[in-house]
Each structure stands twice: as structure tokens, then as C-alpha cells.
Design a binder for this molecule. Structure first.
Ligand code: NAI
Length: 342
């Protein structure tokens, strides 16, 4: 169970494990930005989860119809809609997991950092509400630039006196999903078996797939490593360009975010074998935040997996050193934004 999985696959896997025979629906999940390009398919995938009993959908507009539509699916969760800031508190009360895909996406020619001015404020306001209404929830930040929005969230939670670094996550699952897909294609491997850890951050060169740690073990030529690394780093831009102004990755992102939600719910439910890569507070390097593989448990991050960062190839070690200054600057930009608000 190194890979996260959800819905029917979870049920199937569990039949042969120590974990529940039939997962039961007990958790409340809130999605903030639920009427958006990611929010809608993500809400649909979460609606399919056997672990979710309540699905609360929040947006500043258009969420009523999304909830009405989804509520007709005959899966366990009850779907409720919440529109605008006056309904945000009620959306969040009692939530076990809060997922945040609110904000603007990239257009061709934009970097994720170009979104900072709009999305930083959106994330700050939403996290303030999370701090006030469900400070114990796992918080999944999808809104870009993740490298900065997670430090903003941490700072806001600190200011409110409720920061638990084990429960704040930047969602980088899509980088792993892409790495697994591209490696399987390139090496003709059975997709389901491939697992590539991706560390660093979630923008450009800060995305570092550790191809040498691919499972099952495969060998790559130097050219293949270069080509795959660059493709994984630029995969988001591939989608932005193909959509030509109509947004960034939404469907693959929803798939990835749903996997991370399901992994979190399995951890909350007591499954002792849940591992995911995500962007969290970290002491693996000198940077205060880093994406790495973590073990998830009932209290959030149970352990950072150190072994992935040991025994790196020269290429990976160099790439890790090269990404640090950029990631550091993005972290500091987020912290400065949150600090200047007080
Ligand atoms: P979108 O524009 O289709 O949807 C965003 C939604 O957020 C809209 O429904 C909008 O009404 C809502 N929203 C705006 N302000 C809000 C507020 N204050 N409170 C609640 N909701 C609010 O955008 P899309 O494509 O869904 O992308 C959302 C975010 O996810 C973007 O920042 C994008 O860059 C990011 N993203 C992150 C990825 C990752 O791997 N972490 C991958 C792809 C996108």
C-alpha cells in the first residue's frame, strides 16, 4: 500500500489486508473552491469514497448546482452547499479534512508565482476560517503557488495559535502521478506497479523526481533521466499550453487530490500503512518546508521518510542543491506576506 488509492480499489485491496473488510463512512470532508475546474471533478471523486459521510462544498458562487447534481449519486455521503463568506464557518465545523483548490489558475506564459498576488490573499482568508472552525482538521492546500501558499497557511495558523505542522499539507500528488505515468510509458512497465518519489517543491525546477528510487527498480540512461525530469517538471505547462487560455490541469489534478484525500482518510481511520509525497514542514534539509515522502497516521504526519534523500545520484544531488535557493525564496515570500498582515 505504498501507493495511495481510492474508492473501489480501496475496498478491493482491503479484503486481503488487516485493515477493515468494508470501510465505513464516518468522515466529513470540506472542499473550498468546489465550483471550480478542480473543485467539481474532485468533489465527484470524493463523493465516491466509502469513507466519507459528509461532503461540504464551499465557493463564492455556483456551488448550489454542483451540490444538487452530486447529491443524486447513490453513495454514502450527504452533500451540502455553502455560498460566500457568511456560510464558510458552517461549512467547516466538524470537518476532518479541508481541501483548498480555491483561486485562479495559470494561463499560457504564466508561472505559478504569477498567481501569488491573488491566491495568497484567498488562502490567507480561508485558513483563518479553518483556524477558527476546525483547527484539528488535516488541511490540503492545492492553490498555487503551493511553495508559498503553504508557508502562508502555516503562519496564519501560528498567529491564531493552532498551528500543527503535522496536519498542514501542500498537495504535490500530481507530480508523483505524472512521474509514475511517464516512467511507465517510457520503460514499458505495468503502470500500477510504478512508484517514483518526487521531492522538493511544486513549481518548475523545484519539482525533483528521484528516478533512481523508482520502484520497481529500473535503469535509465543519462538522456532518459534528463528528458523525464524535464517533462515531469514542465507537465503542468504542457496542459496549460494545450488548454490555450482555458486554465491548467483540472482532471488529473482532481484525480491526484482525491488520492491524497483517500490516503488521509485511511490514515485517520487507522490504516497503519499509508505513505504519500507531499509538501510539509520539514527538517530533512535546511529548508523549513520540503516535499518528501511521509508516513501518514491518525495525527497527520507520523514520520518523514529520510531514506529517499539518502544515496542520491550525482544528478539528483546537484538538482536538489540547485532548487534550494528558489524554494527558499518562495517560502520567504509567503512568510513575509503573512507577517506583514498583522
Ligand atoms: P478555477 O478558476 O477553475 O476554480 C477556482 C475556484 O475557486 C472558482 O470556482 C472560484 O469561484 C473559487 N474561488 C475564488 N476565490 C475564492 C474564495 N475566496 N473562496 C472560495 N473559493 C474561491 O481554477 P482551478 O483550475 O480549479 O485551479 C484552482 C487552483 O489550483 C489554482 O490556483 C491552480 O493554480 C491550482 N492548481 C494546483 C495544482 C497542484 O498540483 N497543487 C495543479 C493544478 C492547479
Amino acid at each position: 500500500a505504498l501507493r495511495g488509492s481510492f474508492a473501489l480499489k480501496v475496498q478491493k485491496e482491503n479484503q486481503s489486508s488487516q485493515y477493515h473488510l468494508q470501510p465505513h463512512a464516518t468522515f466529513k470532508v470540506a472542499v473550498l473552491g468546489a465550483a471550480g475546474g478542480i473543485g467539481q471533478p474532485l468533489a465527484l471523486l470524493i463523493k465516491m469514497s466509502p469513507l466519507v459521510s459528509a461532503l461540504n462544498l464551499y465557493d463564492i458562487a455556483n456551488v448550489k448546482g454542483v451540490a444538487a447534481d452530486l447529491s443524486h449519486c447513490n453513495t454514502p455521503s450527504q452533500v451540502l452547499d455553502f455560498t460566500g463568506p457568511s456560510e464558510l464557518a458552517n461549512c467547516l465545523k466538524g470537518a476532518n479534512v479541508v481541501v483548498i483548490p480555491a483561486g485562479v489558475p495559470r494561463k499560457p506564459g504564466m508561472t505559478r508565482d504569477d498567481l501569488f498576488n491573488i491566491n495568497a490573499g484567498i488562502v490567507r482568508n480561508l485558513i483563518e476560517a479553518v483556524a477558527d472552525n476546525c483547527p484539528d482538521a488535516f488541511i490540503h492546500v492545492i492553490s498555487n503557488p503551493v511553495n508559498s501558499t503553504v508557508p502562508i497557511a502555516a503562519e496564519v495558523l501560528k498567529q491564531k495559535g493552532v498551528y500543527d505542522p503535522k496536519k498542514l499539507f501542500g498537495v504535490t500528488t500530481l507530480d508523483v502521478v505524472r512521474a509514475n505515468t511517464f516512467v511507465a510509458q517510457k520503460k514499458n512497465l505495468k503502470l500500477i506497479d510504478v512508484d517514483v518519489p518526487v521531492v522538493g517543491g511544486h513549481a518548475g525546477i523545484t519539482i525533483l523526481p528521484l528516478l533512481s528510487k523508482t520502484k520497481p527498480s529500473v535503469s535509465f540512461t543519462d538522456e532518459e533521466i534528463q528528458e523525464l525530469t524535464v517533462r515531469i517538471q514542465n507537465a503542468g505547462t504542457e496542459v496549460v499550453e494545450a488548454k490555450a487560455g482555458a486554465g491548467s490541469a483540472t482532471l488529473s489534478m482532481a484525480y491526484a487530490a482525491a488520492r491524497f484525500v483517500e490516503s488521509s482518510l485511511r490514515a485517520l481511520d487507522g490504516d497503519g500503512d499509508v505513505y504519500e509525497c507531499c509538501y510539509v514542514q520539514s527538517d530533512l534539509t535546511e529548508l523549513p518546508f520540503l516535499a518528501s515522502r511521509v508516513k501518514l497516521g491518525r495525527q497527520g504526519v507520523e514520520a518523514l521518510i529520510t531514506s529517499d534523500l539518502q544515496g542520491l545520484t550525482e544528478y539528483e544531488q546537484k538538482a536538489l542543491e540547485t532548487l534550494k535557493p528558489e524554494l527558499k525564496a518562495s517560502i520567504e515570500k509567503g512568510l513575509a506576506f503573512a507577517q506583514k498582515q498583522t
